[in-house]
Design a protein around this ligand. Structure first.
Ligand SMILES: Nc1ncnc2c1ncn2[C@@H]1O[C@H](COP(=O)(O)OP(=O)(O)OP(=O)(O)O)[C@@H](O)[C@H]1O
Length: 295
C-alpha cells in the first residue's frame, strides 16, 4: 500500500505543483488522471525519490520516502521521457540498467533479462539495436527495465503517449498483467487508458486530489450534467466551447453532447447517461469553476 500524507511540492518562483495531496493507493492497477500540468509527474517523481517534496511524506509498504535507498529497491519507474541508447541492443541496455541497479551476478542478470524480454514480447528483438525499435517497442523495453529486480511497485508516467491504437491496447494489457500482486501506478490524461483495467482512479487537478475511488463512482459524477440534442448551426456558434464534449452531423442537424448543470435555454436537449469520460470532464469542470470562484 502507498499512503501519501499532506504532500506539498513548491518549485522555485513559488509555483505550487502539489498542494496537500493525501491519497491511499492499494494493490492492482491504479490510474492517476489529470490534465496537463496537474502535478502527475511531480507526484510520481517524488514517489520514485527522484525529487524531494517541499513537505509531507509518503509511506510505501510502510517505508518513508526519507529512506530513499530502501524505497528504490521496491520501485520500478518508467519516466515520461524515457531515454535509451540507440546504439545498444535491447539486451545490452537491460544489462547496463541491471548493473546500475546493483545486480552483480552476470548469470542471474542474463536469466532475468531473457525472462523480461519474453514477458514484454521482445524476445526476438533482444539482440537488435534499439535504433531499429518502434515507439511501442521502446516503451515495452522501458517496462522491462522498470521491472528489473522484481519491484513491488511499478510507476509509469504517461506511457501510452504517442503510441498507435494497437500498441496502446497491447501496452495496457501488459500493464494489467503486471498489476497482479503489485501496485501499478499509471499516469495519463487519456480516460481510455484507465477505462477497462484500473481498480482505483485518482484525479489530480492543479496540484490537488479532486477524486479518489472506482470507475463507477467517477462516472456518476456526470449524472444529471450530460445533455444531448440537435442544435442549429447558428446556436452551435453561441455554445460555450468548453462545455461541448462531442458533435456529430446527422440528417436532422448537429447532434451535440454537452456538459452543463442545465442545457442552454434554446437547446432542445435531454439528459443522457454519462460515460466515464463525461464523469471526468464534469469533475474537472466543477473543479475549475471552484478554482475560478476562489480567484
Ligand atoms: N522543475 C520545475 N520547475 C518549475 N515548475 C515546474 C517544474 N516541473 C514542473 N513544474 C510545474 O509544476 C506543475 C505540475 O507539473 P507536472 O509536470 O508535475 O504536471 P503533469 O500533470 O505531469 O503535466 P503533463 O501531463 O503536462 O506532464 C506545472 O505547472 C509545471 O509547469
Amino acid at each position: 500500500m502507498i499512503k501519501i500524507n499532506h504532500l506539498y511540492k513548491m518549485y522555485r518562483k513559488g509555483h505550487m505543483a502539489l498542494d496537500d495531496v493525501n491519497l491511499t493507493i492499494g494493490e492492482g492497477m491504479v490510474g492517476l488522471l489529470g490534465p496537463n500540468g496537474a502535478g502527475k509527474t511531480s507526484l510520481m517523481r517524488i514517489l520514485a525519490t527522484l525529487i524531494r517534496p517541499s513537505s509531507g511524506d509518503a509511506l510505501i509498504h510502510g517505508v518513508s520516502l526519507k529512506n530513499a535507498e530502501d524505497i528504490r529497491k521496491m520501485i520500478g519507474y518508467l519516466p515520461q521521457q524515457f531515454q535509451v541508447y540507440p546504439q545498444l541492443t535491447g539486451a545490452e541496455f537491460l544489462d547496463y540498467v541491471a548493473v546500475m541497479k546493483g545486480m552483480s551476478d552476470p548469470r542471474k542478470r542474463k536469466a532475468e533479462i531473457s525472462r523480461l524480454l519474453e514477458e514484454v514480447n521482445l524476445a526476438e528483438k533482444g539482440n537488435k539495436r534499439i535504433r531499429t525499435y518502434s515507439g511501442g517497442m521502446r516503451r515495452r523495453l522501458g517496462i522491462a527495465q522498470a521491472l528489473l529486480g522484481s519491484p513491488q511497485v511499478l510507476i509509469v508516467d504517461e506511457p501510452t503517449a504517442g503510441l498507435d491504437p494497437e500498441e496502446r491496447v497491447r501496452f495496457r494489457n501488459l500493464l494489467t498483467r503486471f498489476s497482479l500482486g503489485r501496485i501499478v501506478l499509471l499516469s495519463t490524461h487519456i480516460v481510455a487508458d484507465i477505462e477497462s483495467n484500473c481498480r482505483q482512479i485518482a484525479v489530480l487537478d492543479r496540484g490537488e486530489v479532486r477524486f479518489s475511488g472506482d470507475l463507477t463512482r467517477l462516472q456518476t459524477t456526470g449524472e444529471g450534467k450530460v445533455w444531448e440534442g440537435i442544435v442549429e448551426e447558428s446556436l452551435f456558434a453561441k455554445l460555450d466551447p468548453m462545455s461541448i464534449v462531442s458533435t456529430r452531423r446527422t440528417d436532422d442537424g448537429l447532434l451535440c453532447r454537452i456538459i452543463a448543470d442545465a442545457p442552454p435555454i434554446d437547446m432542445d436537449a435531454a439528459v443522457v447517461r454519462p460515460t466515464l469520460e463525461d464523469g471526468y470532464l464534469a469533475l474537472l469542470r466543477s473543479s475549475q469553476e471552484e478554482g475560478a470562484g476562489q480567484r
